[in-house]
Design a protein around this ligand. Sequence first.
Ligand code: SIN
Length: 520
Amino acid sequence: MFDVCIVGGGAAGLMLARSLPRSYKIAVLTKAAPSVSNTALAQGGIAASLHSADSADVHASDTIKATAGHADTGRVEMLTREGASAIRQLMEDGLPYDKTDSGEPLLGMEGAHSVRRILHSGGDQTGKVLMDFLMKETEKRIQTFNYHQVLELLVDDNKCTGLMASDSSGQRKIIHARHTVLATGGIGALYSHTSNSPVAEGDGLSLAYRAGAVLEDLEFIQFHPTVLNIDGTSAGLVSEAVRGEGALLVNNRGHSIMDGFHPLKELAPRDIVSRAIEWHWQREGPVYLDARHIPDFHVKFPAIHQNCRLHGLNPSADLLPVRPGAHFHMGGVKTDDKGATTIKRLYAIGEIASTGVHGANRLASNSLLEAIVFAKRLAGLIAQLPAEAGESDVPAIQQLPSGRSLPAVTLPYPGPKRLKMTQDVGILRNKQQLQDFIRENPLPPDLEVKNASNEAVAHHHRQTACTLMAMASLYREESRGAHFRTDFPAPSADWQGKTIAISKNGIFTEHREILSKETV
Ligand code: SIN
């Protein structure tokens, strides 16, 4: 059997593969081509205290302030402390990064950071550069299964032993593994407005839920303020780093829309900027990003420049129409501080995990950092666990009889479904919308995967993920961070320090240790 089977080939999955012992037999499954992931699209960079004027404590304090009083503060402190040394190590190991003329890391600014601490590679192509680096480092150590859809996790007596997957021809197989890791990324592709890659469909949420794991914080969905909006359609992210360089948010008369919303204006926490933009769109009309005054835009932001030009816009001469889009899921599969879920031998890392470090609102550029730090921690945990008797006799792959190979086609989640998510489980929610959504899209009943088509299984997973997010959003009767209820528009002391956990056993609240006083 494989030592480790990793579902997902983004930063978290590949960093784990890189950090595991060299002798390990590792499988990595991706739903599409290996280069297709949210990591590859990450423009912002990696936040880490690399400068003498900064420290892990200041980074932790900025993170905690942004998380709206909902972060696990002990884990945030661990993230920023271990993160700084993990990033320094990657830089020493050859990760390319942008430098000043004197050879120091060129650190950028983003919303709610109190100092410049964002490390970039290739300007706005940090994610792609990181992916290329990790793919090169791991290619000889892993067995890849690209274009593979995971249909279900195999769990017996609360212990995961692998998974069932299908390739793109519909041929199904069982992959047996000592350890199974969900690194499936986020949920943005379930929304019509998103910055995410089409593969980010929340599969990991549903796979884990069906297997019996506990999920938490599902109501906390971050909407990125500035997704390019061309004729009502999302057309790629315009990084917050552009606002960090001074770009302004204006209405169609050229007036700032952030005046009066927050003292930090364009660099206020993301949830606040997103709500300001969305309110403006709904009441007054389009919002634009004015980056015309930024010198050398095409040099600082080559990928954004190229994408704008593709859509007939020149950031140095034109206003860029922007609207918020689903960007990052703070919640996910509940894990401990090393990535272990509530099911033995099943783990979650990266965006699919709920580690508590992002609270109700993730600080910009903390996601790649989280992926790297928790992948390393998980590698350390797995390497310590000895193989159990009889494991080496189990075959790594078992092809299923071809009679079970049902049609493979999986079409994208239908547009009307995604629009409904944007409207009802979006930036502004209320009880009526959420109840209607759940009534029209109830949690699907258990599915006999072996007798269902791949298309039916994919649909089942997407619908499960959407409905679970709506259920958690309905349950939390307050507004906090990225979760904004128009019928409960303020944070409530009753909800402070409470997380919403969901499993097959139901929906319940749990206590989270919030030690810091620096909460919103
Ligand atoms: C951005 O570049 O604005 C996105 C970075 C992030 O979400 O951390």
